[in-house]
Design a protein. Sequence first.
Length: 265
Amino acid sequence: MAAGSTTAEKSGAKRPKSERPSRTGTRNQRFRVPAPRVLLVVLGVVALTAGVIWALYGSTWFRVERVKTSGTGVLTPGEVEAVAAVPTGAPLVSVDTEAIEARLRQALPRIESVDVVRSWPHGIGLKVTERKPVLLLEKGTKFIEVDATGVRFATVDTAPKGVPRLVLDASASPSLRRFDADRLMKEAVRVRGELPDEIARNARVVRVTSYDSVTLELTGGRSVFWGSAEHGPVKARVLTALMKASPKAGHFDVSAPTAPASSGS
């Protein structure tokens, strides 16, 4: 029997599961990273992070050395940069761009928008967009500039060329109970923005006597009764066609664009 047992073992009899080698244990041992190597990787990451922080904040490699302003028209770069107060010599990464933008918009209402951008390695760029006047309000001998959104943003001594005056003469109008002067001014701005370019260039006065009574005074003694600001694009097309059909007329009425009229010569 003993000989038979030995023969069976040699012939390949299966071992019990408890006697088989663990494959999982072999696999874990094969891919296990030695502890010294992990420590080296961690130290390398820490050293790299510390180096980047030092380069950005502690070194002189990335510090503010110059400020460049673009997009100005009426304002000068010097005026903009004085208000911006960019901290020369400070780490470029630490410059508070949002604070600079807020200072510029608050102190210089002529600025409609401004982008403060980092120009690596040593610059700050101020990209300015100025408001453009579309109407002028007279104030004594000066003029208040009004932009396309109805914002009064600057007072100037000399009227800019090509910008019509806004005359608000609605003191006796019942519409003031519903529409105040600011609302009427915005309606006038709306009308001005919808004028065809050629007519806009010839506009000298936009006169508002009530919400539904806007009149344009043009060069050559001509006038246009626009009515309310409603249906502006339609009125603009009708007025263009009417002026071509009656080039010698002195007065045009497009308050009812389906029934326009012209008169005078």
